[in-house]
Design a protein around this ligand. Structure first.
Ligand code: HEM
Length: 379
């Protein structure tokens, strides 16, 4: 659907290497807040830049699984709380959350978010069970580490069932406060983790070698895609802003903010590769394809029509992100795109459910029926 229109020349060096790293587990797991280099099989570095209300920061999630348990560590740039949520359906809603902080000693809470913006309540207060079997943590100057162990399938309806080999969509957030009732003000975001098994050392070292080759350079195609995806997120942001002004529906305002967050993430990624984003006013694009999609969708005047148009735009975003992921071998870029993809799927769900609540059935325009149903009916 999308032609690549942008030309870059040469390869540039990233400032920071980010993304998933894999290790052979050779150390015993200890929930002591001290992260051994070989205690976890996978690590994902997540980053969100500063923006209004947020100072910006990074959090690394490390994990390993065995037949029965998930072992996880959160290591973030905060002295307050840090949290991960598994498989939200929209915004923070229905996320199976684990929130930790270190106030002298560590506390790790088993929570569940019942609404789009919380509240996130201890599972026990909702009639569930506390399934954090072991935990610990430490604070280090500007950082906090918490570690915990839970069953992959706890049997509690307020915990998502996790399966080996599964790609799990996650949300994450950090606050400067240790009070779990105080909202995040450092960073928040989305991502995807793969619940893989520990690899053999031979496979792992060959993977590391190829990974390093890829992440040293950004290819022409990756550069083109990054710029295109940034522009597509801008088109969504501009569209939702205009729809909000026209309809007054707060969903558009919320999702406009989320699209700004997606733009910031891509911009931060591009910056690390020495790339810049163009300065473009609202509703203006230097790509004719995007300009005409944007103009067509903007000409829709009814509230229901705007919601349908927004759902269609999310379909386009999802398909383009999937193509961009399929065309790159760069792990760092894949990790950022995967987070955006998890976000766009949540957005599509939000629009489709809002239409359903208004008595309107949305039929996918670009996506296959099976992919659409898989996203929208995910619980
Ligand atoms: C006291 C606790 C919390 C409150 C009051 C709260 C409130 C909110 C609000 C109002 C937003 C909308 C964006 C904004 O205003 O900046 C938001 C977004 C978000 N929150 Fe929270 N939150 C809390 C805890 C958490 C936790 C523990 C997590 C992660 C496990 C989390 C993850 C997120 C994410 C990922 C978004 C963006 C959702 C999206 O764009 O789809 N929040 N939250």
């Amino acid at each position: 659907m999308i032609a690549l229109l942008f030309l870059f020349s040469g390869c540039v060096q990233p400032e920071v290497q980010q993304g998933v790293t894999e290790s052979v587990v050779s150390e015993e797991w200890q929930p002591d807040g001290i992260l051994g280099g070989n205690e976890y099989s996978h690590s994902l570095k997540l980053y969100s830049p500063a923006r209004q209300g947020y100072t910006g920061g990074a959090m690394t999630v490390s994990w390993k699984i065995d037949d029965e348990y998930l072992y996880m560590a959160l290591n973030g740039s905060t002295r307050g709380w840090l949290a991960i949520g598994f498989e939200p359906t929209e915004w923070m809603k229905d996320a199976d959350m684990v929130l930790g902080f270190v106030d002298g000693s560590a506390r790790v809470l088993d929570e569940y978010s019942t609404g789009n913006y919380g509240p996130h309540i201890n599972d026990t207060m909702l009639g569930g069970t506390d399934d954090i079997l072991e935990y610990g943590g430490k604070s280090y100057g500007t950082h906090t580490v918490v570690e915990f162990r839970r069953k992959l399938d706890t049997g509690d309806r307020f915990d998502k069932v996790l399966r080996p080999g599964q790609n799990v969509s996650i949300i994450w957030a950090m606050s400067g406060s240790m009070d779990p009732g105080v909202k995040h003000n450092i960073a928040y975001g989305e991502g995807m983790i793969y619940l893989g098994r520990v690899q053999s050392s031979a496979l792992q070292s060959s993977q590391k070698a190829s990974q390093n080759n890829i992440t040293k350079n950004v290819t022409q195609n990756d550069a083109d895609w990054m710029l295109f995806i940034w522009k597509e997120e801008k088109a969504a942001r501009d569209l939702y802003e205009s729809f909000y002004e026209r309809t007054g529906l707060t969903l558009f305002l919320d999702l406009m903010r989320s699209e700004q967050n997606h733009m910031d993430q891509i911009q931060a990624l591009m910056k690390r590769y020495g790339m810049e984003t163009p300065v473009l006013e609202r509703g203006v694009f230097d790509n004719q394809t995007l300009q005409s999609i944007y103009n067509d969708l903007l000409s829709i005047s009814s509230d229901d029509g705007a919601l349908r148009a927004a759902a269609t735009f999310e379909e386009i975003s999802i398909l383009d992100l999937e193509r961009a992921i399929a065309e790159t071998g760069n792990k760092e870029i894949i990790d950022v795109y995967s987070g955006l993809l998890a976000g766009s799927r949540k957005h599509l769900r939000s629009y489709v459910r809002t239409l359903e609540n208004r008595g309107i059935k949305y039929t996918p325009v670009y996506m296959s029926r099976s992919e659409f149903e898989g996203i929208v009916r995910a619980a």
